[in-house]
Structures are given as C-alpha cells and as structure tokens.
Ligand binder design. Structure first.
Ligand SMILES: [Zn+2]
Length: 256
C-alpha cells in the first residue's frame, strides 16, 4: 500500500524522454505490423491481445485469482529494470510461475527488450502510469488521462503490440474516473491484498514472513522489480514460491 513517494528521483530522469514519445500508436496497425514479426499465431502468448480489439472490462478493482480459492496472483511493479527484471524472470521461470508486471511507461519505453521478454515468457502486462505519480488522484482528469493512456501506448509499443490487460494506479491512487477510463481501454483496475513491503527492504526474512502471515487475506501479492536494489525481493520470491506451492496454492492471474 506504500505510496513510496520518496527516493523516486529516477523517474524524473526518464520522464523527459517520455515527453518525446510518439502518441500515434494504437489502432490495428501496431498489432498487424507486429503479428508478422512475432511469428506464427501458435506462438502468440496467452497474454497477447490485438491492439485494435479493445474490449471494455469491469470498472471495479480486481483482486480475485482466475485460479479460484487457492489461487495466488504474483504482481511485480515499477519496472522493467535492466538489473532486476531479468533476475525476477529467472526465479519465476524456475518455479513455472506466471506473473503480472505493472510497468511504468517511461521504464517500458527505455527497455523494450525487457518488455518483450516478459511477454514472451507468458506473463501479463499492466499499465502503471507514465511517471508513477502517487498523487494522481489529486490531479485533473486531463492529467490522469494522459498518464494512463500515454503509458498504455508506451507499453504496447515496447511490447511489440501486446496490450496491458490491467491498470494499477501508482500507490493505489485510483479515482472513479481513472478506473472507468482504464476499463474502457480493456484494462481492468488492479488492486492488491498483500503488500510484501519489499520496497522498504526490511530483509528477506521479513518479506517472506509478511507474505506468509498475510496470504490468507487475499490472493493478489505485491512485489517490485525496480526503484532500487531488489536483491531481497529476488531472494524472497525464491523462498516464497516453492513454499506456497507446498501449501497447495496455485499461481494465476487476476480476474479481468
Ligand atoms: Zn508502484
């Protein structure tokens, strides 16, 4: 739940680059162009969604897992990051876990190779706004719209045409307007039930303990793959994933 407003200077650095982003993406052309490049349709990841086929989804904030009562959704926020995202991907692959990556638009734009890797591994994409402004709910609708829709375009472009299926407001700063806008673009507002508090780097043991204690609270777990040294997150996932499996949980995606 942390709004982690401090220590976020790195967003500012990449924000400048974001302002130059081409906003003309979208429409069917982005997808059609990519479909050929990606290869046969049999290879299309489950997370793939044609850019031209936007289907509105529910405006309520999703928490449930598509795997049902013993399902757990791993969600990874604020990346992609060239140091930590590959390590998180390695751990997820080791345990055969698919996750949802809530990406910051500027990060996606800066690291399109990583966005493509995430998609190729079968994970899903989530729009986490352009610049991770946790006070977004205090800003105008015009501002919110730009943050959400520009990030949608940046992520879709970086992925090679695969659209984000969710929208998670930075710091959970949703508004009725932002939820409705995201839903109209086919992005289900995405919440969380368990904040692993990994962002605060409390130590690997503490992260593992928090998840163990709180996983009965609900299925959607929050971790981070950017915004600082995430070695504790990588180590914690390496312990949490097999443990949850032993406890009979299965890993899924948030309902959308
Ligand atoms: Zn975040």
């Amino acid at each position: 739940m942390a709004r982690h407003g401090g220590g976020r200077g790195w967003y500012g650095k990449v924000l400048g680059a974001a302002l130059g982003v081409a906003l003309a993406a979208g429409g069917a052309s982005a997808w059609s162009a990519q479909a050929g490049a990606v290869g046969g349709s049999s290879k299309t990841p489950a997370s793939a969604k044609p850019a031209g086929a936007v289907k509105p989804v529910a405006v309520t904030i999703a928490h449930a897992s598509d795997k049902g009562a013993r399902g757990v959704n791993i969600t990874i926020d604020d990346g992609p990051d060239p140091v930590w995202t590959p390590q998180v991907l390695d751990v997820l692959r080791e345990y055969g876990v698919k996750a949802t990556f809530c990406m910051v638009g500027t990060q996606a734009q800066a690291h399109p190779d990583l966005v493509k890797k995430v998609v190729a591994a079968g994970h899903r994409l989530c729009d986490h706004s352009v610049s991770h402004d946790t006070t977004m709910d205090k800003n105008s609708q015009t501002y919110q719209s730009k943050q959400i829709l520009d990030a949608e375009r940046m992520i879709t472009k970086a992925s090679g045409g695969v659209r984000p299926m969710y929208y998670r407001a930075p710091g959970g700063a949703f508004t009725p307007y932002s939820r409705k806008l995201a839903a109209s673009r086919g992005m289900r507002p995405l919440g969380w039930n368990v904040d692993s508090k990994d962002f605060e780097r409390p130590g690997t043991d503490a992260i593992v303990a928090t998840v163990e204690q709180e996983v009965p609270n609900g299925p959607t777990l929050l971790f981070h793959d950017a915004g600082g040294d995430r070695s504790q997150t990588v180590e914690a996932l390496d312990r949490i994933l097999p443990r949850l499996k032993e406890q009979g949980y299965s890993f899924g995606f948030p309902v959308c």
